[in-house]
Design a protein around this ligand. Structure first.
Ligand code: HEC
Length: 508
């Protein structure tokens, strides 16, 4: 069964709302309880309210993967915003959705139609869950300020016990609020803690590091430092070496500094905030730090500037041509701080005999002539030997398989939300919009979002087409946990709704 696919290209106004409401009722009544509910309607409809007529479709035939591979959408309509991935022993796929506070489970494709058989929530009410991991019957989650875990039954695909927080008091929030976690081959639980800022001296020494803990959360220690935001990491099969991606700083122009792949060693210092790329002193924080810079470990591979590498996965299975054995796949989330867009693809890294790492395009077409249709986040390898890529822009999971044709003929639907202000009575809207406008001024949002108000040298991110992608509810969620580098406005939930109403009214 396809979740939300195959229903034809035009969504009938109001279709799927009944099922959506039922799902909402269960979602509220069931709390964290792992009640099974198959969501047959796109889960998006229950979060975003009424889906209206679709306005745009992106032709999947324009997606490109290397000859012999096929790419298709495996699941769509995920709750905001699908990020990290982990396959269970039973072959289902766990996906974190930080903005909705949930971990969802996508059922394996038992009926063989090329799509997940259904989606359900296994945990909710979490605080920005990002990393997701399984070990010895436990489901581990990296929340922004904690490591949580709960008993998980892989055969049943459900959580069977309460959530316990085995690490608390991690530095939460900040620009890079996500926490990815993963068990290493040594049995330690590794966790990344990004920086609070673009570039600064951190007050909390755990910021801009990779830490590690015992499986029960004890013996927490900083493992490596100087890592601005190492969202993705994986161990190279064979060597056991740990490699981590890292996002280079912003506001130094279109082509500098490179984003990084680092080989992480215990106690290693990787340069931030004093140096960028291969030990180039930072213009703001490099002066007087020559010794620190000299001892910093340079990247083993530079990605192009602002490409924002996130998840990395070393190919383990055999269901690939020889040239992909031992390669790593890396999701490039794509630039915002750049004149022309760059990134927005999955690349493969190939270790050469001379030690060099060659970067090749693996999946492209997420960005077409400056128009974005998707942003890759994480890559996982399924028990079927195919690769699964999460996309937090399109809200889908892509599947890339060797020897299969892929879903070229289909189109990715991006439904315009019929009335983004649905749920707010007509007569209340003017007041909401006016309060939102005041908040927008008060919090100097224009300083990053409007060219006329931006200080010299600041990169501007224009706001546009918001109603195509957000409702008041989902935009309020975004304002609660904004994408980096946007600061979190310190405002109440009501104020977030006012701001959201104003933004949707002004930038439909
Ligand atoms: C320091 C700069 C900065 C400030 C201040 C800032 N933002 Fe942002 N904001 C950004 C950037 C950069 C992005 C895009 C990030 C990305 O694409 O990954 C963004 C994204 C957004 C988005 C999502 C846009 C989309 O197309 O999905 C919204 C909405 C938004 N900001 C609203 C606001 C509001 C409201 C405020 C004031 C409370 C604000 N921003 C303050 C930098 C900023």
């Amino acid at each position: 069964m396809r979740a939300g696919l195959g229903t034809g290209l035009r969504a009938r106004p109001g279709s799927g709302i009944g099922v959506g409401l039922l799902a909402v009722a269960c979602f509220l009544a069931c709390g964290w309880l792992p009640e099974r509910f198959a969501v047959n309607a796109p889960i998006g409809s229950m979060l975003f309210g009424t889906l209206g007529d679709e306005i745009e479709t992106a032709d999947l035939a324009e997606m490109r993967v290397p000859e012999g591979f096929g790419i298709a959408v495996w699941a769509e309509g995920l709750p905001p915003t699908p990020r990290f991935l982990r396959f269970t022993e039973a072959g289902d796929l766990l996906v974190s959705a930080p903005r909705s506070g949930r971990i969802v489970l996508l059922e394996r494709d038992a009926d063989g139609d090329g799509a997940s058989d259904g989606m359900r929530t296994v945990l909710d009410g979490l605080d920005r869950p990002h990393g997701v991991e399984l070990r010895d019957g436990w489901l581990y989650v990296g929340e922004t300020g904690a490591v949580a875990r709960a008993r998980f039954d892989a055969d049943a695909g459900r959580v069977t016990g309460p959530v316990e927080r085995i690490v608390e008091g991690l530095p939460p929030g900040g620009n890079h609020w996500t926490k990815t976690l993963r068990f290493g081959p040594d049995g330690w639980l590794y966790l990344h803690v990004g920086s609070t800022c673009n570039v600064c001296i951190e007050e909390d020494e755990r910021r801009a590091t990779i830490m590690r803990f015992r499986a029960d959360g004890s013996e927490g220690a900083i493992y490596a430092t100087g890592l601005r935001n190492s969202v993705g990491f994986d161990w190279q099969p064979g060597t056991g070496k740990l490699f981590a991606t890292d996002n280079g700083r912003d506001l130094l122009g279109d082509d500098f500094p490179p984003c990084e792949l680092n080989e992480i060693v215990e106690g290693g210092f990787y340069g931030w905030p004093f140096a960028n790329g291969d030990r180039v002193p930072d213009p703001d924080f490099g002066a007087g730090q020559e010794a620190r810079i000299a001892e910093s470990i340079p990247p083993v591979h530079p990605f192009r500037a602002h490409n924002a590498p996130l998840g990395i996965h070393f190919v383990r299975g055999a269901r690939v041509p020889d040239s992909y054995r031992g390669a790593a796949l890396v999701a490039l989330h794509g630039s915002w701080n750049r004149t022309r867009k760059d990134g927005y693809k999955v690349v493969s890294l190939h270790w050469q005999a001379d030690g060099r790492i060659e970067e090749r395009d693996f999946a492209t077409g997420f960005e077409r002539d400056e128009k974005v249709i998707g942003r890759p986040v994480d890559v996982a390898e399924g028990p079927d030997g195919a690769f699964y890529v999460s996309d937090d822009y399109a809200g889908v999971i892509w599947r890339i398989a060797w020897g299969e044709r892929g879903g070229g003929a289909r189109r990715l639907r991006s439904a315009r939300i019929a009335d983004p202000l649905a749920g707010i009575p007509e007569d209340e809207r003017p007041r909401l919009v006016a309060s939102g406008a005041a908040l927008y001024r008060e919090h100097a949002c224009a300083s990053c979002h409007e060219a006329e108000s931006a200080p010299e040298g600041t990169a501007v991110k224009p706001l546009e087409g918001l109603a195509e992608r957000y409702s008041v509810d989902s935009l309020s969620l975004l304002l609660e946990t904004p994408p980096q580098p946007m600061p979190t406005p310190p405002i109440s939930a009501d104020a977030r709704r006012e701001l959201a109403a104003y933004l949707l009214d002004r930038h439909p």
